[in-house]
Write a protein that binds this ligand. Structure first.
Ligand code: ASP
Length: 311
């Protein structure tokens, strides 16, 4: 019998039902469902966990609903700087990019770093040169323009504030995207992609492209993709911490993921959540915020898509 698992997220934050309209809810549910379908088709046909997470994340990068790729938030300079990472759990190969501009699918560039370079993490101009060497074409800045994100940036651009996209009180929505999967061969992979925080400056980089902080995969333990206040997730080395608790303390995926999100990162003051899958295909999707866009599917069982707590 086929056995595979996939989980995706579209960011965690102040997601409250009273701030949503039925139409918005429907668009998110539809986008999550389609992203999941892209992954399921690959897994169903015996494809790899790496290709699965890259495809699901690419789909979400193409949607203006999420803070990644097309929907990336504005920096303090009114530009878009994107970060992404991907990791596979068999040989522990990984690729990541940061501070890149104009690239339609940052997760594909991260995958290329993993597959076609001698390196793990490329940033800024160098990452853009690498993209050029791989024949990437650049999107016009208009491609990344979104009125709502522009308004969010205008509201704080003359201050020293920066903010998590999905933590804007009333308008709270959107977020970093991620996917984790176990394929039919039992291999795990994780991918994460983000536009970071609105009004970010000084080359600020969050946890998303940092292997071990926002993204991690190891066939011996689990695959993890995080979303939330990146500075805290970096300090808590969150994604690797879940794996380490399983490896060194023999915790279950569920216990390890809950311990990190509801205890360790919470104590530091960090808001957010993660999605994780273990080598047996178990899933855990904890978050300490009001909600997290999330969805998952396993072979031979229906898709589950949720936004709020207690769903
Ligand atoms: N973790 C991301 C960052 O700090 C933001 C997010 O999850 O939405 O860049």
């Amino acid at each position: 019998m086929k056995n595979y698992t996939i989980a995706i997220h579209g960011g965690a934050g102040t997601l409250l039902k009273e701030h949503m309209t039925e139409r918005k809810e429907e668009s998110y549910t539809e986008a999550l469902s389609q992203a999941l379908n892209h992954g399921i088709t690959i897994l169903e046909n015996g494809g790899s966990a790496v290709d699965t997470v890259a495809a699901a994340v690419s789909f979400m990068e193409d949607s203006p609903l999420f803070n990644a790729g097309k929907g990336s938030v504005f920096t303090a300079q009114g530009t878009h700087e994107m970060d992404a990472a991907i990791m596979e759990g068999k040989a522990l190969n990984a690729g990541a990019v940061s501070l890149i501009t104009g690239i339609k699918n940052p997760v594909q560039l991260a995958k290329d770093v993993m597959e076609y370079s001698e390196h793990v993490f490329l940033a800024g101009d160098g990452a853009m040169e690498f993209a050029k060497s791989r024949d990437y074409s650049l999107e016009d800045p208009d491609y990344f323009f979104d009125q709502l994100r522009h308004d969010q940036w205008q509201a704080i651009k003359d201050s020293d504030n920066f903010q998590l996209d999905h933590s804007v009180k009333k308008d709270s929505k959107f977020g970093t995207v991620g996917a984790v999967a176990m394929d039919q061969q039992g291999n795990l992979a994780a991918a994460t992609s983000t536009g970071g925080m609105t009004n970010k400056k000084w080359g600020r980089i969050g946890d998303s492209p940092m292997i071990g902080a926002g993204n991690y995969a190891n066939n011996e333990t689990c695959a993890v993709s995080c979303t939330g206040s990146g500075e805290y997730f970096i300090r808590g080395v969150v994604a690797y911490e879940v794996s380490a608790l399983m490896e060194f303390k023999n915790m279950s995926l569920e216990d390890a993921a809950n311990e990190v999100i509801h205890n360790r990162i919470k104590k530091l003051g960090g808001d957010g959540g993660l999605i994780a899958v273990d080598a047996k295909g178990n899933i855990s999707l904890p978050f300490n915020t009001a909600g997290m866009y999330r969805a998952y599917a396993k072979a031979n069982s229906p898709k589950t898509i949720s936004i709020y707590k207690d769903e």
